[in-house]
Design a protein around this ligand. Structure first.
Ligand code: URA
Length: 430
């Protein structure tokens, strides 16, 4: 067998068998296949897709490339959550704190930014001292003690996915349902939680652009979960506009703390509550309504906020030292009107270009850069108002910003309903 034969077979649209997938991916792991050959194979997969069997094989290959965690040492019920990625998506930090404050155990393995979307680990690394690489022992002990730990994908868990993930990020091969399904599910299975909720983001700012693809992803993830005897639930949520009021690593952590202290009420808060309620209902076997009461309580009495702070402290972070750039540029509106749309994808790309994400594998992120959205969908704007504030690297003097790429205005007084959560898909049987 040769790698060129495997690439050609996929390029021509044929399904690969287990042997061929193992040959290509395991040899890439061992360094016997180059980045450019793997990039070609990934691109062929992106273009021609994979059938369910191929996705199962690939998930198995990722899982078997490393260790699997045995969470049985943890006292209590484990629940895990993953998002397929969005712009300004800081829900993991909010939800994990809420769910742990409701006495469930949240062992969370997270990723870095991918393409124009942000990643939880990059956000946490904006907190000086925060350790994102925990050993298995540290991870399990921390979850057992405080109910919550967030670690990056350690070299031991699905390491092949880690290597492929970094390559996909810089080769235009992120937006592929088979690759997303096998990447996420291999990490979830390897990191051991019994109950898993996946937030499938759909829209222009997401990796999945339409609802049909989101449904297929939901179906295949549930099937993979079943094969490994895990309870997997999905929610399909919209990502056409950035989530919350900030984009950028340190800025988003600060926003998380505001939310956990009850300082913000918006659709991000509603979405986080909905996801957390679903996780708690799965973990405690209670109704979503009962779970939502617990969520409100731990937000109200600040137990969720305290949980977040105790995780930061446990992992060595000093939250008082978190810094945003002092080099700010306010974007002033050149027109008046009512904001009826915002383009999450453009905002994601802007954050990336400010230094908040990676364009090559070697790029270093600047955690202090980003965007604060002073005006959001549904707001009325007057000429001269500040639309958003850019936090630039200290050595950058200016950035071009054409407001028409980011905001859509209308001169009318009606508000567009922002339909953020669509749970109907979950009622379907896959
Ligand atoms: N998150 C992941 O972990 N993998 C993907 O492929 C996409 C989002």
């Amino acid at each position: 067998m040769s790698i060129v034969d495997v690439i050609n077979k996929k390029r021509l649209g044929y399904a690969l068998n287990n042997e061929e997938l193992k040959y290509a991916f395991n040899n890439y792991m061992r360094g016997n296949i180059t980045d450019y050959q793997m990039s070609a194979l990934l691109m062929a997969i992106c273009i021609n897709g994979m059938n369910d069997e191929e996705i199962y094989y690939l998930t198995d290959i990722f899982i078997n490339s490393g260790d699997t965690l045995d969470l049985s040492k943890i006292n209590g019920v484990t629940v895990d959550k993953h998002s397929t990625g969005g712009v300004g998506d800081k829900t993991t930090l909010i939800i994990a704190s809420i769910v742990a404050a409701c006495s469930l155990k949240v062992p969370k393995m997270s990723g870095r930014g991918l393409g124009h979307t942000g990643g939880t680990i990059d956000k946490l690394e904006s907190i000086p001292g925060f350790k994102t690489e925990l050993t298995e022992k540290e991870f399990i002990n921390q979850v057992d003690e405080i109910g919550l730990a967030i670690t990056s994908q350690t070299g031991h868990l699905a390491p092949l996915d880690k290597k492929i993930y970094a390559l996909r990020d810089v080769t235009g091969t992120v937006e592929s349902i088979p690759l997303i399904a096998s990447s996420i599910m291999s990490k979830k299975i390897a990191s051991g939680a019994q109950n898993i909720i996946i937030d499938i983001k759909v829209g222009n700012g997401a990796l999945i652009k339409n609802k049909e693809d989101a449904k297929r992803l939901s179906g295949i993830m549930k099937k993979i979960g079943k094969r490994y005897n895990r309870c997997v639930e999905t929610m399909i949520t919209y990502m056409d506009i950035p989530l919350g009021t900030s984009i950028g690593n340190a800025l988003e952590v600060i926003e998380v703390m505001d939310i956990l202290q009850g300082k913000e009420e918006n659709y991000l808060v509603e979405l986080s509550k909905a996801l957390a309620s679903k996780m708690i209902s799965m973990g405690k076997n209670i109704t979503v309504l009962e779970a939502s009461k617990e969520v409100d309580e731990v937000l109200h009495n600040k137990k969720a906020y305290e949980k977040f702070l105790s995780m930061v402290k446990y992992q060595g972070g000093n939250i008082d030292k978190i810094k945003v750039s002092s080099n700010k540029k306010e974007i002033i509106s050149s027109k008046s009107g009512h904001i009826i749309d915002m383009n999450a994808y453009e905002f994601g790309k802007l954050s990336l270009s400010l230094g908040g994400g990676r364009i090559t594998k070697e790029d270093k992120i600047d955690p202090s850069v980003g965007i604060v959205l002073n005006k959001k969908i549904g707001d009325d704007v007057k000429k001269g108002d500040v639309l958003c504030t850019l936090y630039l690297k200290t050595d950058v003097s200016d950035v071009e910003f054409d407001i028409n790429n980011y905001y859509t205005f209308e001169n009318r007084n009606s508000k567009k309903a922002v339909d953020i959560i669509d749970t109907t898909v979950n009622k379907e049987e896959f």
